[in-house]
Design a protein around this ligand. Sequence first.
Ligand SMILES: *Cc1c(COP(=O)(O)O)cnc(C)c1O
Length: 387
Amino acid sequence: MKFEFAQRVKNLPPYLFAAIDKMKQEALAKGVDLIDLSIGDPDLPTPGHIVDAMKKAVEKSVHHRYPSYEGMLSYREAVADWYRARFNVSLDPRTEVLSLIGSKEGIGHIPLAFVNPGDVVLVPSPGYPVYPVATLFAGGESYIMPLLDANNFLPDFSAIPEDVLKKARLMFINYPNNPTSAVTGRGFYEDVIRIARKYDIIVCHDAAYSEIYYDGKRPMSFMEVDGAGEVGIEFHSLSKTYNMTGWRIGFAVGHRDVIAGLGKIKTNLDSGVFQAIQEAAIVALGTGDDILSGIRNTYQARRDALYTGLKSLGLHVIKPEATFYLWTKVPSSCDSSSFVSHILEKAGVLATPGNGFGSPGEGYVRFALTVPVERIKEAVERIRKAL
Ligand SMILES: *Cc1c(COP(=O)(O)O)cnc(C)c1O
């Protein structure tokens, strides 16, 4: 028998990394000593005290049953405590906090709760590919907000036509930003809240990188700004902060109706997060600053090595204040894909082409800081010879 995919699957955008994946596999098959700077996944292990908490929790048979849909109250309380300590924001753990199977899960599901076919969703580009795909699955239409260097990689709301804003139901924003590494602050969030209020738009702020910052400059939460809790929610992840990408746990906080809507979708589709993981996550959220600054210092040393190295090659590169990405302009003689193929072939270094994050990312590549300093230095020297 032959089966056809549903229209929503046929409508998925082409997978722009497919060509790169193929080249990577070919290089590995040839035995190339590949330095892979394309991966947005920490190479560092989960801190030991979190792993130990998991070992203990997994032994408890109470955790072997179905968890509660919205997350254990103790986990939601730990999230609320963390928010108070980190951002001085008060949240009701019962109504304003929801556990997620990774923040990707919540981002992927939120349009199903609020977007009707034909509704517009405002989507930043270049950006996390889940925003437009989740919109597509809900039958919505993505309106691309380009993130350009000239605008500090912030969306320009004045460029969005009035009729689009009127049809917009939801807006995704993401700072510190993947892939551009841009950070922002109160003034921008106030603009977001003003637009959201005027046009009844639900704001979904993705704060996956709020704890990966440098030089002691701690990014703020959208929720810290007056009025944010009335217009939207914030997604968080334990993945990047505690090197827990494989564990699949995150959370959403904010407006109780938005949280409830997302909860309704989840109640009907999944059965929550394994409670042993939630117990370990409670321990993770209590991690001392010594361990977290250790992780940040590791990335900062890598950032400094790669930033200095790429600059010495004459490349235009943005020095990140947060995230583990370097958003780098390719030389004017090439485009994103040809630059990536060139350094893969000639230097055995893999980067991610910027256009894979949306067409406004054309002309850039993203380097991730997920390999040790020595390998970063080696990568720079190899690229130097290849250029
Ligand atoms: C990594 C990442 C996430 C998702 O992380 P989870 O592991 O699903 O919690 C969300 N948004 C951005 C921008 C990311 O880079």
